[in-house]
Write a new protein. Structure first.
Lengths: 572, 572
């Protein structure tokens, strides 16, 4: 496993592609790595460290050929949400807690993978994931407002900054606003005007894609040059990244307390779950394009190991990055060797280039984060869910609102809760149809939708739902109302072609109905019982006491009952 | 509603039956009412008061003709579990809290009824209810051990008494043990030997039933006579009921605090839910025997009102009592008038007979509680669930164990949680069958169970489960493994006859498969899409992009695809 498949059959031609892709990714994602570290409330170098050793660990253990891991927006904002109540962002304690969070979520993800619990990731439905990402994007934008405007002291509370802005507009720093405004305009124009324009003209050629992805780096570099040139960080109120600890302190101070472990256990589970789901979703999407298959569990092992390595190398929790992976694919990466190249290049940059990083203006990094967050807002998913299934759209909105108003953990819990409730509510109101025979055929349809024949004295009821404790009342209510409408009925046939399971409660309730109907002189029949359902029912009291018969098909039941009674035309 | 249906057409013949039944119930259930008050940690008169005014309220508002409400074992043990951490059992504060608990759960049950939320009661599956009742029975037996053995100071912790018994067996009171031992032997012999014997000889005649039910009263009366005769409560260490406050203090002191309200809100919801479910279940069972129907919501209104009245008349939370209702039915009650007679008789007993109650030995009351609890243990339900559905049996066991080990609230939460998880786990592993045509028919069956015809190059896959976010991985895995087995397949037909819903996640995943298969040169077809599912799908991306066709029936799909390819015999 440590000596992975791709390394065994490695070829020279592939290496050249991987080398150039790795170099491109390393350079392009540097501003992003720094920005996400700041988003997480960590010193900037944490983002760089997280782009080195965890990346190598994932390359050796992960199953995706072209996914690139590293600091990602979602994990960064979750880290901030979890840790900021526990320690001052940027402090040594905070850095140690971030490492502990990476350790715990790494251990959990690794455990998910080793215990083959990859299937758990499907607990999060697409609307919930989409709502979560959109909500997080809004949260990220809100969190960057103080940096964009040069406001100080309002970082802690996301609503404080809006209040500050309305009450004391004079605290806004003009030079900072100018810098971030121009940067944001450039980045937005690049992404939404220039990019599509170039793509339309030249197709999605490599150079176009690289150019579009290069813009954030250019903007940050130009802004840094401006800062250095005019000494904007000396008197004009422009905040810069500031002192970066050298490349030597790779191991974070390990002064973790038992209480910290307790406080972080729950959040780490959420970080692990979200990280795992995001990673698997993206790895699957990337694999689909190349007709490869992802082994969910070895994917989790790779991601878990990457987080473990991040924790001991002074990094932050990592995940599969969307834009990082996109650059990797576009730049032509063929195997995980590209990621190894990226990691080594980043290591070189850390060792020689930190003095440039120190004078990068925070406002411009914040602008690049906000523009990235805008592309995370998935309005399209909301519209699609709304047209297709309102309940899913509501789960999406609930999750997004929950994340923005009450925080990431509440949002995700709300989303899962809403999906489960929607599932139960739908299953508790089953579709039930009275059916009859289409004249001259062996086909049976809903009497309300088709002109069909029915048998007098017989009620054919098709239940389109597995029977369980939550929907027996609905079935009973429908049965009673149909019987009340037709007092002549002497035979009730339940058609179970769409009943995939009958649980204990449902079986006992059906046995109750059977007794009740028998005492009223009505026989209960079952038709089209599925194999697995029948296997169970044969051991049940319902089967032993059934007053009527069981029939292989509705047709057989109809024929058997028709021998005693003439066919009647049903008028709809 | 206050002037109920049964009162309008009331007849003299019915009145005589109701009068005698009401008198019998009043006399027979007196030991029970006292015992359940003590079980709840309340002074004995609380049980008597709860058998007066709440009973009248229920008679006027409830929908069941013969159910008798009053103090019941489950509500009593729940009251003790909820209140004992908050106040000293038996103290004035404790009594006030019990009244508050009755008030809150009464308001909640009333609200359930008025908001027509009766359907919520089906959230508790039968295995969970059964496990809950059995677990509570064990808890009740444990709680009575100190009284049976005459141990003091170990009432608080249910494990303490066992420890005390092993470490200091000398603290056991010999006279108390003799008294409770003889009482328990008499009661057990009556219930499990004499009762069945008499029934076998004389049939289930009224007199036999009354005699069997009379025994607890006789045993308690004899024991009380012994106590009075030999002054056992003076030096022999036999604890008796003790001073009973007179019949005047019907209103409990209302010194409720806001904090108490907060502490009781959650528990009151559980008490209300369990009380409502137990009451509805029993009312339905009683109604079924007489071909009457229960209106769930007016049943809740009656029970809620009974609890409200209990709270202001110095009582305790009440519910539909199993043995109380059984006595009522056996004694020949025809209408709720019987309950009114019971209530008025009990009021008379309270006004004149309390000095006898004061010298009843607690050990004998405890013995009657334990014997009642034994009959609540439902081993039969466990065995039935075990043969029919292991998952339900595990939910039952989990609930029972949870109640005994971690308490009533944890147990019930665990039970609901386990049922929901079982539901999800089952739905996430759908039954999927490759099918073919039974030669010479229009019927299609599983290729593994029947000798059927298949079409070369076509894969017919029937999915027996609604598709949702939790089971798409299983569907994808099966599809991939079938395609790997047959690389010649050019058409995949998904048969959706048992798919009652496709949620947004599932629809999007199917759209992904559709694209993926199309790129591999494989067409995806859908057959037997249900009406409601089709209504939704027509608005979806899957429908617009579907590479194959949709077919009304599997037969139609088979015929359409057979025109391009010859029929092949499938060998199983």
């Amino acid at each position: 496993m440590i000596y992975p498949e791709w390394l065994k059959n490695y070829q020279r031609a592939t290496f050249l592609a991987d080398l150039s892709a790795g170099l491109i990714v390393a350079v392009l994602v540097i501003p992003q790595s720094l920005a996400y570290a700041l988003l997480a409330g960590l010193p900037p170098q944490a983002g760089l460290y997280a782009s080195i050793f965890p990346v190598i660990a994932y390359a050796l253990l992960g199953s995706s050929q072209r996914q690139a891991v590293g600091p990602v927006a979602i994990t960064a904002i979750m880290t901030y949400a979890v840790l900021s109540p526990l320690a001052t962002p940027g402090s040594a304690d905070y850095v140690a807690l971030a490492a502990l969070l990476a350790l715990l979520s790494g251990v959990l993800i690794l455990a998910f993978g080793l215990l083959r619990l990859g299937f758990l990731s499907q607990l999060l439905s697409r609307p919930v994931i989409s709502g979560f990402i959109s909500g997080s994007a809004l949260l990220i934008m809100l969190s960057q407002l103080p940096l964009l405007l040069g406001l100080h002291g309002a970082e802690g509370n996301r609503w404080r900054v809006l209040q500050e802005l309305v009450l004391h507009p004079q605290t806004v720093q003009p030079v900072t606003v100018l810098l971030s405004g121009v940067a944001m305009l450039l980045l937005l124009a690049n992404r939404y005007l220039l990019g599509p324009q170039l793509t339309r003209r030249f197709g999605s050629a490599l150079t176009v894609q690289i150019w579009v992805r290069l813009m954030p780096l250019l903007v940050v570099a130009m802004a840094t040059v401006l800062v250095v040139w005019f000494d904007l960080d000396q008197g004009s109120g422009v905040t810069v990244v500031g002192p970066v600890a050298g490349g030597a302190s790779l191991l974070a101070a390990l002064d973790w307390h038992w209480s910290a472990l307790q406080a972080l256990a729950g959040p780490a589970l959420i970080v692990a779950l979200i990280g795992a789901v995001q990673n698997i979703t993206m790895a699957q999407a990337l694999a689909l394009k190349r007709r490869e298959r992802i082994d969910t569990n070895s994917e989790l092992i790779g991601l878990g190991a990457a987080n473990l390595v991040a924790s001991v190398s002074g990094g932050m929790p990592v995940g599969g990055g969307l834009s990082r992976s996109a650059v990797n694919v576009v730049a032509g990466a063929q195997t995980p060797a590209a990621s190894v190249v990226t990691a080594l290049t980043t290591l070189g940059i850390v060792l020689v280039g930190t003095h440039w990083v120190e004078r990068m203006p925070l406002a411009v990094l914040a602008a690049s984060i906000v523009v990235a967050a805008i592309s995370m807002l998935d309005i399209n998913a909301l519209c699609q869910a709304w047209t297709y299934d309102r309940a899913d759209a509501l789960a999406l909105l609930g999750t997004a609102l929950g994340v923005v108003v009450a925080g990431i953990q509440v949002g995700i819990a709300l989303g899962i809760g809403l999906s489960l409730i929607a599932l139960l509510v739908r299953a508790s109101a089953p579709h039930i149809a009275v059916i009859g025979r289409i004249p001259g055929t062996e086909h049976f349809r809903n009497v309300e939708r088709h002109g069909v024949h029915t048998l007098p004295g017989c009620l054919f009821l098709r239940i389109d739902e597995s029977l369980f404790f939550g929907n027996l009342n609905a079935v009973e209510a429908r049965l009673c109302s149909e019987l009340a409408k037709r007092p002549d009925v002497g035979d009730v046939v339940l058609i179970l072609s769409a009943v995939n399971r009958i649980d204990t409660t449902a079986m006992e309730r059906l046995a109750d109905y059977n007794r009740d109907l028998r005492d009223r002189g009505i026989r209960l029949h079952l038709a089209e019982v599925k194999g697995p359902v029948q296997d169970r029912l044969q051991r049940s009291v319902l089967w032993r006491e059934l007053s009527g018969s069981t029939h292989q098909s509705v047709h057989a039941a109809f024929e058997a009952l028709a021998h005693t009674e003439p066919v009647e035309d049903y008028h709809i």
